[in-house]
Design a protein around this ligand. Sequence first.
Ligand code: HEM
Length: 141
Amino acid sequence: MNEKLLQTFEESLQRCTEVPHFLDLFYAKFLGSSPKVREKFAKTDFARQKQALRASFDTLLAAAKDGDGGPEKHLARLAERHGSRQLGVGAELYDLWLDSLLATVKECDPEFSASVETAWEDVMTVGIRYLCSRFNSATGA
Ligand code: HEM
């Protein structure tokens, strides 16, 4: 993935992270997008979940930076967690996840632009594709 795009993503992530309600806004949009999403998060501790999601943006960036082997290296555990044996997060829910995230970035990043949107979309898609491709795979043990 090209350097400029990765840098655009990193700078926008930094600006969004400075907005105190960034992750609250994301979860409000995502939970509002479908009852299926609300069901999945019925028992979730959102203080912990928000921290985990913030950290996973850095992990997704690392996966995108590392090229072909990146997702396997950085995201195997996350894929395991979201796959059919554990959380059972199907591909259709990732569309809602990405739409909610892009709408949130649009509201929170004062420098939002078409290239910022593309940068988020491209970096997140590396992770989403991998997580979806591993949905049915074995435990990896
Ligand atoms: C690329 C997209 C996604 C990323 C980066 C991501 C990231 C994470 C992270 C870091 C965790 C915490 C893992 C742990 O505690 O071991 C988590 C948990 C979870 N994720 Fe995702 N997630 C994504 C997509 C989704 C989608 C589309 C759904 C659909 C509803 C979803 C539902 C959940 C649920 C239900 C949990 C467990 C919450 C709990 O512990 O109660 N995730 N996710």
